[in-house]
Write a protein that binds this ligand. Structure first.
Ligand SMILES: CC(C)=CCC/C(C)=C/CC/C(C)=C/COP(=O)(O)OP(=O)(O)O
Ligand SMILES: [Zn+2]
Length: 411
């Protein structure tokens, strides 16, 4: 028989999933963390043992990543079926990864991509996740980014700005928040996707003012007591939503609406002291994709503080440790990059690990990239607010600034 106290203690132990040994108490979370550190340690040890025999260990496997992306653009394996409503995302992850690695696809392939994305355009404006699908803000963002990376006349023309703006108004709510699709859920990804595409296609200022009235306040309401942003007010702070929150506020010139210092403190704490990569939220595991979501948030936040504080010109995170984590622990020998050791490669992690490495390399100085290992590891820069090349942002802004002139000339 158990005494009531013993029973209570046993229940508590089970509820908390605690395990006791002589030395320490462990939980599911601490065991997962230990397992991750062990797998990362193996990658670091392999490097220490073999670095002189195999200098490729700190090298970016350019050729393999290139081959992986090229083959994925042409034929996807059957397990990508679950991404049937995210096909513009697959295109974007491939194009963005490829441009970071400085390779382009041939003109015929790119014409095919533009045609495919045009087929994803919905009659209501915006883009769906595939041909014939309803318009949704997330694939709309992916399609517009992809077309701006391609940057040809045909690519720009595949974005019908007038119907796109109509779609954006159709998913806006009176408080300035955005649903991801008509009658869909509201979260800060919606606001970010709407703001990013509207800015990139240079929607005139007076329309922007109407479209995003109240949006900055709604987004600021997503900042939590921890300092990061949740998906919507009162939800847990998370690196992905935090990127959406601060990138949106920065694009709207409304960063002063949030507590920028609390944000910077929260975001800097996401870099893992042993692994060197970032976690997405408090007490969770390192994941390569946060190299971008969290990594880009750091220079964006620092840039919003720089006027007030000169020390903000210096990057505050460990750019070497992040590159080490990605190069040593997140590359697959047969191409593609991953979340953490033991996981399979995928397009999403390939895009956001490479984008994060690019942020780390270029955030200190535009002229003098800080590249870990051989200079062959240098990636092209990415624009931290849109995550496409800075030159593609400039070209799109300029094209769409003259859109009425361009159309008049075409006619
Ligand atoms: C523009 C756009 C669409 C941005 C998306 C931003 C983004 C990555 C949001 C993350 C969403 C989320 C709560 C993931 C948690 O996953 P998890 O619980 O599996 O991961 P975790 O353990 O690392 O938190
Ligand atoms: Zn991930």
């Amino acid at each position: 028989m158990w005494s009531p106290d013993e029973l209570l203690f046993r229940n508590f132990q089970q509820i908390q999933n605690l395990k006791f040994d002589d030395e320490k108490i462990s939980t599911t979370t601490s065991r997962e963390q230990q397992k991750t550190e062990d797998s990362v340690e193996k990658c670091f040890e392999r490097f220490e043992r073999q670095q002189f025999l195999n200098p490729r260990l700190t090298q970016l496997n350019r050729i393999e990543h290139h081959q992986y992306l090229d083959s994925m653009l042409r034929t996807m394996p059957s397990h990508y079926q679950c991404l049937d409503s995210s096909r513009p995302w697959c295109v974007y992850w491939i194009l963005q990864s490829a441009q970071l690695l400085s390779f382009t696809f041939d003109d015929e392939t790119l014409r095919g991509v533009v045609q495919f994305l045009s087929n994803c355009r919905a009659p209501t404006g915006g883009f769906g996740g595939g041909p014939g699908q309803y318009a949704h803000l997330a694939p709309t963002y992916a399609a517009v980014n992809s077309l701006c990376i391609i940057g040809t006349e045909a690519a720009y023309q595949a974005i019908d700005r007038d119907s796109l703006v109509k779609f954006l108004f159709s998913v806006r709510d009176a408080d300035g928040s955005f649903r991801l699709h008509v009658d869909g859920e509201t979260d800060v990804r919606g606001a970010y996707c709407a703001i990013a595409v509207a800015k990139l296609v240079n929607v005139p200022e007076r329309v922007l003012n109407e479209l995003f009235a109240g949006t900055g306040d709604w987004i600021a309401g997503c900042q939590t007591y921890e300092g990061g942003f949740g998906g919507a007010p009162d939800l847990e702070a998370h690196g992905g939503y935090t990127f959406c929150g601060i990138a949106s506020l920065a694009l709207l010139n409304e960063a002063d609406k949030c507590d920028k210092k609390a944000l910077l403190q929260w975001i800097l704490r996401r870099q893992m002291s042993y692994e060197g990569g970032f976690q997405g939220r408090t007490n969770k595991l390192v994941d390569g994709c946060y190299s971008f979501w969290v990594g880009a948030t750091i220079p964006i936040t620092q840039a919003t503080l720089v006027g007030a504080d000169k020390s903000m010109e210096q990057t505050f995170f460990d750019i070497e440790a992040l590159q080490e984590y990605i190069l040593l622990c997140c590359q697959k020998a047969n191409g593609g990059l991953i979340d953490k050791p033991g996981k399979p490669q995928d397009l999403y992690h390939t895009c956001y690990t490479l984008s994060g490495v690019s942020i780390a390399q270029h955030s200190q100085s535009a002229q003098n990239p800080q590249v870990l290992g051989d200079m062959i590891n240098e990636l092209l820069p990415t624009h931290p607010l849109f995550n496409i090349p800075p030159k593609s942002v400039a070209a799109a802004l300029s094209y769409f600034a003259n859109i009425s002139t361009n159309r008049a000339q075409d006619g």
